[in-house]
Design a protein around this ligand. Structure first.
Ligand SMILES: [Zn+2]
Length: 169
């Protein structure tokens, strides 16, 4: 039994959802989807050998009624930033990572994907209630809202890598 999650892309290559490997295989066998990225491992049964899908693409376009909301969470911010301090680039144990408001909350900064970044305790302390410019600190990457599925299931590093191309707006 293969455990894992498969990223489903719309016909336009936009991320749509995350499904189980089992569900993905059903879509593939019914020719409703095609494999875009696959793992090295193979799924085997009596009369079938199929690469384990990591990313599949629907053959037919599915209309998305509205943008799905993605709440900002500590776990989400940390995984978006690859557990790396966005000021100095260190990757300490997770418990030593904090979520920093780029424009501090005390200055009206909101908790949005575009205004929060992962920071190590040292950088967060150093920055205090200043903006990066005031503290003479620079962000390694501009914080963005990830695709809603980006955080959904970071099951394996192989999947994460295969998904990363499709994660951003
Ligand atoms: Zn740091």
């Amino acid at each position: 039994m293969i455990v894992g999650d498969v990223l489903v892309l719309n016909a336009t290559y936009e991320p749509l959802s995350v499904v189980s490997v089992k569900r993905a295989v059903v879509l593939l066998l019914k020719e409703k989807a095609e494999i875009v990225e696959a793992a090295a491992a193979k799924l085997r049964s009596e009369n079938l050998a199929l690469p384990v899908p990591l990313v599949i693409r629907l053959v037919y376009f599915v209309k998305i009624p509205r943008r799905i909301s993605l709440p900002v969470t500590r776990r989400g911010v940390l995984s978006r930033d690859h557990y790396t301090c966005q000021y100095c680039g260190v990757s300490p144990p997770r418990k030593h990572l904090t979520v920093d408001h780029v424009l501090p909350r005390s200055r009206g900064g909101k908790t949005t994907w575009e205004n929060v970044v992962t920071a190590c305790e040292k950088c967060n302390g150093r920055k205090g209630s200043r903006t990066p410019a005031e503290a003479n600190m620079h962000l390694l990457t501009e914080p963005r809202r990830p695709r809603y599925i980006a955080i959904a299931a970071l099951s394996s590093s192989e999947a994460r890598q295969a998904w990363s191309k499709y994660m951003w707006e």
